[in-house]
Design a protein around this ligand. Structure first.
Ligand SMILES: Cc1cc2nc3c(=O)[nH]c(=O)nc-3n(C[C@H](O)[C@H](O)[C@H](O)COP(=O)(O)O)c2cc1C
Length: 97
């Protein structure tokens, strides 16, 4: 296994899932701590600095985005710019903003 992407199901009617920014990150952090496998986190990760903090704090090795990427397919490019990471896309993309 190369990577565990940790999500949680909404298919149990009695499950009470607190839907808030990063709401599944604690689950990913626990899985990572208990398995020591590369782990990614999901769940309302929508802000570049939020994503950076999750990885920098060691709670996950990577983050993945679902709905936010549907809203903004250029999120990775814009996040890289906001965080000062250059060169992720061909120059032409920078010429378009
Ligand atoms: C309507 C809906 C239903 C979902 N159902 C499940 C599910 O049954 N099991 C599961 O593991 N994840 C489920 N997810 C979570 C997604 O698989 C995925 O982890 C999540 O959408 C990623 O987070 P993000 O979209 O907030 O970026 C569901 C998500 C949504 C929006």
């Amino acid at each position: 296994m190369d990577l565990l992407d940790v999500s949680t199901g909404g298919n149990a009617p009695k499950a009470r899932i607190p839907v808030e920014p990063g709401y599944q990150v604690p689950v990913a952090a626990r899985v990572k701590a208990e398995t020591d496998l590369p782990t990614s986190a999901v769940g309302l990760i929508t802000e570049p600095r939020q994503a950076e903090e999750i990885v920098a704090s060691g709670r996950a090795d990577a983050v993945m985005l679902g709905r936010e990427l549907l809203r903004d397919p250029y999120w990775p490019h814009n996040a890289a710019r906001e965080l000062g990471a250059a060169g992720r896309l061909p120059d032409q993309y920078d010429w378009a903003v």
